[in-house]
Design a protein around this ligand. Structure first.
Ligand code: C2O
Length: 548
């Protein structure tokens, strides 16, 4: 589907025609129709090389409006292909199609794609594998085999119904009924009458496998483990890292992590687990653990017991912090970490939840989520088109660069901080350097937030618990080899500082990758343009760009 390969002079074009179709799928002994790419859940893997131009025709055969987003692909000067609904494009309506056209520049590793509208990404997602350019090696030992390992969440109920009911009532949506590994909950389903096998990875002894782990879950950070085996992290978010070895991988929704698994046993079966990490104890969470198996060739499935994983408790913050603090960019001659040193835009965004009045809701209130007190409202037409064609009235450019009220963010919040709503963007000058401190607030409860920026990778130069202090915190920044990525887990009751160069013109979404928080408004957008505006720096939109 993805790869009828046509070669031209410089690059390879992948032409995929991909249908968004409904497919009846059974998990946890119950069947429901789900939205899929080409009938597959998870969707097919898009395989390419660095430098390839990718053309994907997406044909919509379902009753929902859809878009696809290429999560982590930088989309240099191809903002039209980014995919978030009502930000860079109007959705592809039922019966219509759109060709996403972009080039994979300066990235290699694992990324992923997903629907970027409603909660459709629950089932519309898959891996993007970007190999290095031909004849270029990995900066780590060549793996014997490579495997995509996609972590997800499954609801027995229709996910659109789950969120719609919750929004109407003003309450939190039901948590998922299971986590999944490559689409399967694994052992948990033995509790119902027709157990499904979990994902099984067949391995040979004495080899190295590259696991390309994607967290496609909607609302939960996850721990990932393989019983009896250590994992060596070599890459995150399609950027090489200094290799380090760990028992446990911590991964937020939106992030990808490549690890080497060495099969140093001679035989046996070893459990693989994906279990929740969430230290905000008042937030409801799906506590179930998804399981899969690493199965050594020659081991009789019935004859040998499966070696179990010692699953971390869901609030094992120290394991998570230990993992995150070990992540470093490779920062070699070939892959330098070019951290911006001088900063043009220095921003502080508070992120957190609040409660606003809602006369029609059960309790008369509903949850909102905001950055700098602005809960973002999606417009009814796309911001990028409106701006490019100079149509007024879709959005305003007054997104605040700093919180409206300074307070003790992780202590007691002010009681009068009503969350405002709006479709506000923040303007960045093309090629300027940007620092954003993302500060979690404890207004309802401190909670971690996986914040994702479209259109750029950023460096995570600092993080800590408590309040960010502009006088003392920067002295501890790592400006040498900080991790470079597109999604950052802001610590619960703490802050993280990121830096990037705004070298990509367009409109770029930034939001919490917990889907429920995005729905509640934890999102904003940057507008990056050169002195003469966007029309000077972007090619015109493709002719088949959907209309609202
Ligand atoms: Cu992975 Cu805006 O999303």
């Amino acid at each position: 589907f993805w790869a009828e390969i046509i070669t031209n002079v410089k690059s390879t074009l992948f032409w995929g025609r991909n249908k968004i179709v409904m497919r009846k799928t059974t998990r946890l002994c119950s069947t429901k129709p789900i939205v899929t790419v080409n009938g597959q859940y998870p969707g097919p893997t898009l395989s390419a090389r660095e430098g390839d131009t990718v053309l994907v025709k997406v044909v919509n055969h379902v009753k929902y409006n859809v878009t696809l987003h290429w999560h982590g692909v930088k989309q240099l000067r191809t903002c039209w292909a980014d995919g978030p609904a009502y930000i860079t494009q109007c959705p592809i309506q039922p019966g219509q199609s759109y060709v996403y056209n972009f080039t994979l520049t300066g990235q290699r590793g694992t990324l992923w794609y997903h629907a970027h509208i409603l909660w459709l990404r629950a089932t519309v997602h898959g891996a993007i594998v970007i190999k290095p350019k031909r004849h270029l090696p990995y900066p780590f030992p060549k793996p014997y085999k490579e495997v995509a390992v996609i972590l997800g969440e499954w609801w027995k109920a229709d996910t659109e119904a789950v969120i719609n009911q919750a929004m109407k009532a003003g309450v939190a949506p039901n948590v998922s009924d299971a986590h999944t590994i490559n689409g399967h909950p694994g052992q948990i389903s033995s509790t119902c009458s027709s157990p499904q096998d979990g994902f099984k990875l067949q391995v040979k002894s004495g080899k190295t496998y590259l696991l390309r782990i994607v967290n496609a879950a909607l609302n939960e950070d996850l721990f990932f483990k393989v019983a009896g085996h250590k994992l060596t992290v070599v890459e995150v978010d399609a950027v090489y890292t200094k290799p380090f070895t760990t028992d446990t991988v911590v991964i937020t929704p939106g992030q990808t992590t490549n690890v080497l698994l060495t099969t140093d046993k001679t035989a046996g079966q070893y459990m693989v687990t994906a279990s929740p990490f969430m230290d905000a104890m008042i937030i409801a969470v799906d506590n179930r653990t998804a399981t899969a198996t690493v199965h050594y060739e020659g081991t009789l499935a019935e004859a040998s017991a499966i070696t179990a994983v010692n699953v971390p408790p869901r609030n094992a913050t120290s394991i998570a912090t230990g993992f995150i603090n070990s992540l470093r960019s490779l920062n070699s001659n070939n892959f330098p970490a070019n951290v911006p040193k001088k900063i043009d835009h220095s921003l502080l965004f508070t992120i957190g939840l609040g409660i606003n009045p809602c006369p029609s809701c059960i309790n008369g209130t509903r949850f909102v989520a905001a950055m700098n007190n602005v809960s973002f409202i999606l417009p009814t037409t796309a911001i990028l088109q409106s701006h490019f064609f100079n149509k007024k009235g879709t959005f305003t450019t007054d997104f605040p660069g700093n919180p409206p009220v300074i307070f003790n963010y992780t202590g007691n919040g002010p009681t009068n901080l009503q969350t405002s709503t709006g479709t506000k963007v923040y303007r960045l000058t093309y090629n300027s350097t940007v620092q954003i401190v993302l500060q979690d607030t404890g207004i309802i409860s401190p909670e971690s937030h996986p914040i994702h920026l479209h259109g750029f990778n950023f460096f995570e130069v600092g993080r800590d618990v408590g309040n960010y202090d502009p006088k003392t915190s920067p002295s501890k920044f790592n400006l040498v080899d900080p991790i470079e990525r597109n999604t950052i887990g802001v610590p619960s009751g703490g802050w993280a500082a990121i830096r990037f160069k705004a070298d990509n013109p367009g409109v770029w979404f930034m939001h919490c990758h917990f889907e429920v928080h995005t729905t509640w408004g934890l999102k904003m957008a940057f507008l990056v343009e050169n002195g003469n505006g966007l029309n000077e720096s972007l090619p015109p939109p493709p002719g088949d760009l959907p209309k609202c």
